[in-house]
Design a protein around this ligand. Structure first.
Ligand code: SAM
Length: 212
C-alpha cells in the first residue's frame, strides 16, 4: 500500500509522540518505553493501523507495536491516534528486514502479519513477510511458546507461506481457507482495513496460526 505522497509526512512523523524514533536504541528495553512489563505484540506491515488500534483498545493488558515501512501510510495511523489516544500502542517506521536490530531475543510474545504484500515475482520471494527468511528473523525475537498469526486473501501467497513452514522449522497450529465461516477461528476476529475491503468483494480470507 503506497498512498499519494503527503507533503511533510516525514516531518510530521518526526514530531509525533506516538512514534518511537531510533528504535534500535530500545532493543532489549521495550518495557521501559511502555513503563511496564506486560507482553508485547507486534504487527508488521500495519498499514493505516486500524487492527492495532482495535486490539490495543480491547486488550489494555498487552502492549502493541505497529510497524510500517512508508511514512505516508503511517501518517494515517498517527492521525487516528490523535483522535483516540491509546497508552499501550506505539508505532515504528522501518523496514521489517531490520527487525532483529530493534528487538532482542524473546522480547516479543506475538507477531501479526495481515494482507502482506504478495511480491509475485519468484526473484522477490525473500521479500515476502511470511518467507523462510523472515521466519528466521521472527524466530530470533519471539518467545519460545510465541505464536505468529497471518491473514490474507491471496491464494498464491498463502500456499507459499504454508510451504515455507517446514524448511524454516515452524508448525501450523490452525489453518483455515475461510476464516469468516470458521466456527472456531472466526470468534473474536478483528478485521483489518484490507480484510474488510476484500471480504466485502466476496473473497474468502485465509489464516494460519504457527509456532515452533
Ligand atoms: N495490514 C494492513 C491491513 O491488513 O489492512 C495493511 C496491508 S497492506 C497490503 C501491506 C502493508 O505492509 C503496507 O502498508 C506496506 O507498506 C507494509 N509493508 C510491506 N513490506 C513491509 C516491510 N518490509 N516492512 C514494513 N512494512 C511493510
Amino acid at each position: 500500500m503506497r498512498l499519494r505522497n503527503v507533503t511533510g509526512s516525514r516531518e510530521m512523523i518526526a514530531d509525533s509522540k506516538y512514534v518511537v524514533h531510533n528504535p534500535q536504541e530500545h532493543k532489549g528495553k521495550w518495557s521501559e518505553v511502555f513503563e511496564n512489563d506486560r507482553p508485547i505484540h507486534i504487527e508488521i506491515g500495519m498499514g493505516k493501523g486500524r487492527f492495532m488500534m482495535d486490539l490495543a483498545a480491547a486488550n489494555p493488558q498487552i502492549n502493541y507495536i505497529g510497524i510500517e515501512k512508508y511514512s505516508t501510510v503511517l501518517l494515517r495511523a498517527i492521525q487516528k491516534m490523535e483522535e483516540n489516544e491509546l497508552p499501550n500502542l506505539v508505532f515504528i517506521r522501518m523496514d521489517a528486514e531490520e527487525i532483529c536490530d530493534v528487538f532482542a531475543k524473546d522480547e516479543i510474545s506475538k507477531i501479526y502479519l495481515n494482507f502482506s504484500d504478495p511480491w509475485p515475482k519468484d526473484r522477490h520471494a525473500k521479500r515476502r513477510l511470511p518467507s523462510k527468511e523472515f521466519l528466521a528473523r521472527y524466530n530470533e525475537i519471539l518467545i519460545p511458546d510465541g505464536r505468529l498469526e497471518f491473514k490474507t486473501d491471496n491464494t498464491d501467497l498463502f500456499d507459499f507461506a504454508l510451504e515455507e513452514l517446514e524448511p524454516a522449522g515452524w508448525k501450523a497450529e490452525a489453518v483455515t481457507r475461510d476464516l469468516h465461516h470458521d466456527e472456531v477461528l472466526s470468534q473474536g476476529n478483528i478485521m483489518t482495513e484490507y480484510e474488510e475491503k476484500f471480504s466485502s468483494m466476496g473473497n474468502p480470507i485465509y489464516k494460519y496460526i504457527i509456532y515452533r
